[in-house]
Ligand binder design. Structure first.
Ligand code: NOJ
Length: 559
């Protein structure tokens, strides 16, 4: 496989709204990003993925787009964006935009036109249907459990319903409509011609709808249902025709540029994801396979994480490039979910990163992860902003759960865990804003902040920096073959990465206790040099057999 720039890249994800506010309105902005480009450069990341920056009523923090070709005034102007692009490029940092193709805001001009009359030019841009027996066209539920729970909203003006798989303020687009497709292709080319380096493609596997929009046959459960309307991706995602559609998008847009496309495919967990991104599929370059990162799953054990990595590896062996991540703006903070965010916060944050940055695939860092930011724990449901958390709370309590229980269930998985403001320093509002932050700052900012990490020689930030520079100096991290060592071990994740020129060995204890780990006679017969470790006195292998809580190290073979 010919090497692409994005295989060597390290991507830093910016949720602009919570990054850095420079005008005191409590909302992060592009001038804030501009100020921090050197922070990102210093870390070593060379690509930024921006969550949506477009004009939006912010019902779903920008995933509800009202104008694809402009920047939301809360973030700045198009010129501010161009300045960020230029300054990032000067520093060797590429920019990925979030591209939301499944839906728009109901305030987008296409939709305000579409709802006016059945013969409006834009009617067919969205999915309109008459009701069935005085009810919605089918039993699909909306993902945010809004209103009565249905994925259909009635509009009296034309006496029809429109489909919205997310908020009723986010109508689904109709990709069967050729004019819509052409409009989307030209809009994407407009961004690429401006110089952006690629797209993260939002819920890309649900663009195509199942023929005839059949009812879901899924069994209703406490968590997928409100008033009998069911959120069921097995009916609504990955349906026949999705691959032809993606190939068409690729032909018309992606294939014409040297870009990175990374698709969000949250509902496929295994090899069935492969057709979207296998090298010869001509659809998208890579995907986020959720598996263990999915907040709705029980937090994975080290063994489960290893099994998931083995799955990614088997995809990679079939010429498909994967991504490495354990959190993003939709998931809880990784150190809280997979590590130990109290006693072993620093060590566990470093160990999780060790795995992400030394296994096959492009690593993604979600803002604040590099300083070990933790989940927030807001006292009241009123402190939460995320539509999913608030809607699901409503559905759970309506389904009979007590408010206390519902809040306790949602706290560790709320998307707001990732969306609290970036903790820059230990001063007011963690240095994020001089005004009132749009969402509460996490209460550990005096202990956990960037200023502190930047001034400490063995901080999490410093460790990330070292890991990223290993990627640049040891090609085996990008290209090497991977072989697990003692795959059955319950606590330790260990593997070698090998090219014809070097062999690296990684050992990481994913537990709160000291454990025994034996690398086996063959590996023990070699001489190893320590490249990086998260305890200052980690000994060389093979002498070392006891691994302390969350201890991890990267070794290289000495010839
Ligand atoms: C996935 C995005 O990551 C999430 O934040 C958003 O709510 C939905 N797609 C809808 O666009």
């Amino acid at each position: 496989m010919e090497k692409k720039w994005w295989q060597e890249a390290v991507v830093y994800q910016i949720y602009c709204k919570s990054f850095l506010d420079t005008n005191g309105d409590g909302i992060g902005d592009l001038k804030g990003v501009l100020q921090k480009l050197d922070y990102i450069k210093e870390l070593g990341a060379n690509c930024i993925w921006f969550n949506p920056l477009y004009v939006s009523p912010q019902v779903d923090n920008g995933y509800d787009i009202a104008d694809y070709k402009n920047i939301d005034p809360a973030y700045g102007t198009l010129d501010d964006f161009k300045k960020v692009l230029e300054e990032a490029h000067k520093r060797g940092i590429r920019i990925l935009m979030d591209m939301v193709l499944n839906h728009t805001s109901d305030e987008h001009k296409w939709f305000t036109e579409s709802r006016k009359s059945k013969d409006n030019k834009y009617r067919d841009y969205y999915i309109w249907r008459p009701g069935k027996n005085g009810k919605e066209p089918n039993n699909w539920g909306n993902y945010f459990f809004e209103r009565n729970g249905s994925a259909w909203e009635y509009d009296g003006r034309t006496d029809e319903y429109y489909l919205h798989q997310y908020s009723y303020k986010m109508p689904d687009l109709n990709w069967e409509c050729e004019a819509l497709r052409e409009e989307m292709y030209s809009m994407m080319r407009w961004w690429l011609d401006m110089g952006v380096d690629g797209f993260r493609l939002d819920v890309i596997n649900i663009l195509k709808k199942p023929a005839g929009l059949p009812d879901s046959k899924a069994v209703p459960t406490l968590t997928n249902t409100k008033n009998g309307y069911i959120v069921d991706r097995t009916t609504t995602a990955n349906v026949e025709g999705i691959h032809e559609l993606l190939k068409e998008i690729n032909r018309n847009v992606f294939s014409k540029y040297d870009i990175m496309t990374v698709g969000e495919i949250s509902t496929l967990k295994g090899m069935e994801t492969l057709p979207f991104f296998a090298q010869d599929s001509h659809e998208i370059d890579t995907v986020f396979v959720f598996g263990v990162a999915n907040r709705d799953e029980v937090p994975a054990s080290p063994k489960k994480i290893k099994e998931f990595q083995a799955l990614l590896l088997s995809m990679a062996k079939r010429n498909a490039w994967v991504t490495q991540f354990l959190n993003n703006h939709d998931q809880p903070r990784q150190v809280s979910r997979f590590g130990n965010d109290t006693e072993h916060r620093e060590r566990s944050a470093k160990t999780l990163a060790t795995m992400i940055h030394t296994l096959v695939g492009t690593p993604f860092i979600y803002q604040g992860e590099e300083i070990g930011m933790t989940n927030v724990c807001y006292p009241s449901i009123n402190d939460y902003n995320d539509r999913y958390t608030v809607g699901r709370y409503d559905a759970l309590t309506k389904n009979g759960m007590s408010p206390e229980k519902a809040l306790a269930k949602l706290r560790p998985i709320s998307r707001d865990n990732a969306r609290s403001p970036f903790q820059w320093n230990d001063r007011e509002n963690a240095g994020f804003t001089s005004g009132k932050p749009w969402i509460k700052v996490g209460d550990r900012y005096k202990e956990i902040n960037a200023e502190k990490d930047l001034s400490s020689p063995d901080s999490i930030y410093k460790y990330y920096k070292d890991l990223i520079s290993l990627r640049k100096t040891h090609p085996a991290i990008v290209d090497g073959l991977t072989e697990f060592v003692d795959f059955e071990n319950e606590n330790v994740i260990s593997y070698t990465r090998t090219t014809s020129r070097e062999t690296l060995l990684v050992i990481a204890n994913f537990s709160d206790k000291t454990v025994e780990f034996d690398i086996g006679n063959e590996l023990a017969s070699f001489k190893w040099k320590t490249l990086l470790a998260n305890y200052s006195d980690t000994a060389a292998v093979p002498e070392k057999t006891e691994w302390r809580p969350w201890e991890s190290a990267v070794y290289s073979l000495e010839f």
